[in-house]
Design a protein around this ligand. Structure first.
Ligand SMILES: Nc1ncnc2c1ncn2[C@@H]1O[C@H](COP(=O)(O)OP(=O)(O)OP(=O)(O)O)[C@@H](O)[C@H]1O
Ligand SMILES: [Mg+2]
Length: 349
């Protein structure tokens, strides 16, 4: 892909604050996302990785317009979505150009509706499509995700397996022919074989429909083999974003290195193993409220880390929020073994 291609989605300095009820003091506020940046290019698969509570779902909800950001901007197909209000926002959402597949398919699907209704519903909401066409497109979407319409059409969510429910959620999301599909932890609740089926399915949808896919996950192993790029979040902040293979091979942020080293299976040669590198320290370091979010756990922290590192470029479409990005990599990673990028290629799965 040439660098001249404009991103489909560009999230810039996005912050989201929820009102948090606190005992005795009424409504306090909690920042769920702080200054997040994300770029998604047409037809690519981007992973968003981060521990629980790091703001991944919040970012997804804000991107589809379900949660209003406190500041920052969301541009989609060159259009600023953060400026949309009321009817404009509803119209945009109805078109289904960006679709979100929710984290918990059982809770997000209306238990009283049949699969046929569930999958056709987004088209009803979009309006202007007759019932026969809606039913036909719903059937097509079901086939697209590997379900037989004749078998599942009349069932309700309870009458499906977890993997089938996940597919129904996906069918519902692709029925509007979105340009961007955001899947919130699509595989976390599935066993290994269903995991691979769903990931391969997402890869195929990207190829067949040209849709860009964001996959939210806890760990990097959910992406190995299919992701093009990755964004790593820690404590509500983006710490690193770049080409998946490059990031796995030579992470620019120590927190990413920690994730890479602790991931169960990422291929072998090109990635760090826990024995190769110690990123975290034995005892907690000082917490600097305005400083790097990882400094208290980071073995390489220096005085400068008391000041928050800005996200800066460390390569092509590759950025990291670490003062020492280049230095610690040169000192630590490059001394471990020669860099090889041979293993994590697409289609390994
Ligand atoms: N509706 C809400 N009201 C108040 N706080 C919220 C709300 N939703 C999320 N939060 C808080 O915002 C922060 C980020 O939550 P979010 O759900 O985005 O995290 P996440 O990365 O998706 O976590 P997980 O991996 O567990 O799904 C957390 O501290 C969470 O407690
Ligand atoms: Mg979440």
């Amino acid at each position: 892909m040439s660098t001249a291609v404009e991103p489909l989605l560009r999230v810039t300095d996005l912050s989201v604050t929820y009102g948090v009820p606190r005992k005795g003091v009424g409504l306090g506020t909690g920042a769920a996302l702080r200054g997040a940046n994300l770029e998604v290019y047409p037809g690519e698969i981007v992973g968003i990785i981060g521990e629980t509570g790091s703001g991944k779902t919040t970012l997804a909800r804000a991107t589809v317009g379900l949660t209003a950001p406190a500041s920052g901007s969301i541009e989609f197909e060159g259009r600023d979505l953060t400026g949309l209000r009321g009817r404009e926002l509803r119209n945009f959402r109805r078109q289904g150009r960006i679709q979100l597949v929710f984290q918990d398919p059982l809770r997000s699907l209306d238990p009283d509706l049949t699969v046929a209704r569930l999958v056709a519903e987004p088209l009803e909401v979009a309006g202007g499509i007759d019932a026969a066409t809606r039913a036909e497109r719903a059937d097509r979407a079901l086939r697209e995700v590997g379900l037989e319409p004749e078998v599942v059409r009349e069932r309700r969510p309870r009458e499906l397996s977890g993997g089938q429910r996940q597919r129904v959620s996906l069918a519902r999301a692709i029925v509007t022919e979105p340009r961007l599909l955001i899947c919130d932890e699509p595989v976390s609740a599935l066993d290994v074989s269903n995991r691979n089926l769903v990931l391969n399915l997402l890869d195929r949808l990207r190829r067949d429909l040209g849709v860009a896919v964001v996959i939210i996950a806890h760990d990097l192993s959910s992406l190995a083999g299919i992701g093009d790029r990755v964004a790593v979040f820690y404590r509500s902040r983006l710490v690193e974003q770049g080409n998946l293979r490059e990031v796995l091979t030579r992470p620019a942020h120590p927190y990413t290195a920690l994730l890479v080293a602790s991931a169960p299976s990422l291929g072998d040669e090109s990635v760090l193993r826990p024995a190769d590198i110690r990123v975290d320290r034995d005892d907690a370091g000082p917490v600097h409220s305005g400083g790097c979010v990882f400094a208290d756990r980071c073995r390489f922290a220096v005085d400068a880390c008391a000041t928050r590192p800005a996200l800066r470029e460390v390569g092509e479409r590759w950025s990291a929020a670490c003062h020492l990005a280049d230095r610690w990599r040169d000192d630590v990673i490059d001394n471990i073994r020669p860099v090889s990028t041979g293993t994590l290629t697409k289609g390994d799965r």
